[in-house]
Design a protein around this ligand. Sequence first.
Ligand code: F6P
Length: 284
Amino acid sequence: MKTLKPIFDAIETSAHRIREAITNEDLCYSEACNATGDMQLKLDIQSDLIIAEEFSKITAIKEIASEEKEESETLHEEGRYCIAYDPLDGSSLIDVDLSVGTIYGIYDREFQPQNMIAAVYVVHGPRLEMVTAYKGGVRHFIYRHGQFMEQETVSLNEKGKLNAPGGTQQYWPTHHKKLIDGLFAEGYRLRYSGGMVPDLHQILLKGGGLFSYPGTTDKPDGKLRKLFEVYPFAFVYETAGGEAIDDKGRRLLETRCDDPHETTPCFFGSKYEISKVKEAYGIG
Ligand code: F6P
C-alpha cells in the first residue's frame, strides 16, 4: 500500500484553511440544505470546497464523498483511495463559539467499513488539534508554533468516568434511559456539548466513558451518519482499545453502508461502558 502522507498533508492544509475561514468569514446561513436536510452555513459550503480542492490535487484519491453533497464524486479514475468526510461537523455551534470539527474516513477502493485503512479528525477549538488512527496506533497532534506537534500516544482505559448521551431524552427508549441513569448512579459525569468531535475527543483523551446516540421514537435509525461520522470514530475508538457498536450489539465496522447518508444508532466507549450497553439492550 502506498503511503498516505500526501493525504495527511492535504488534511493539514485544509485544517489551516478552514481555521482561517472560521475566524474571518461570514457565518450566516445559505439558502441551501444539505443531503440530510440540515440548513447549510456558508462556512459548511466553504469548508467542503476547501477539502475538495486540496484532495483533487492528489492522484491517489479515486473518489470523495462529502456530508454536504448528495452523491460521491470521482476525482481520479486510476486512484486507489476513497475518502468520506464531514467538512464542519456541529457547525451551528460556531454561533456560540463552541468547538467544531472535521472528520475523515479513508478507504481502500470502496466505501465499506471493512475497507477502512485510516481515520482522522480535526478539532477546531481554542486550539487546533488533530487525531489520526492508522496502522494500529492513535496519534494526537496539537498545532503550535507553525506545526502539528505530536503528543503522547492515545489509548482508552478499561473504564472511564464520562457520559455523553445524545438525542432528545423524551424520545429515548426505556432501556436506554435506564442505561444512562445507571451510569450516572455509578458516578459518571455528564459531558455533552452537542458536537460529536469535541465530545468524543474529550472521552478519548480523558481515558474513557460512553458516547451514545440511540435510535429514538422520532429517529429510529439514530441521527449520526455512518460514512461521515460513525465509521471514522468507530475506527479511532477500536484502534485506541475501546469498542464501537450499534443497538444490535454488532461492531459498527462490520455493518454495511448502502447509502452515503445512511444513519445508525451508535455507542462508542471503553470496554466497561460498552458491556453496560449490551446488558441494558439485552444484546450479549
Ligand atoms: O450530526 C451533527 C451533530 O451536531 C453531532 O456533531 C452531534 O453529536 C449531534 O448532531 C448532536 O445531536 P443532538 O443535539 O440531537 O444530541
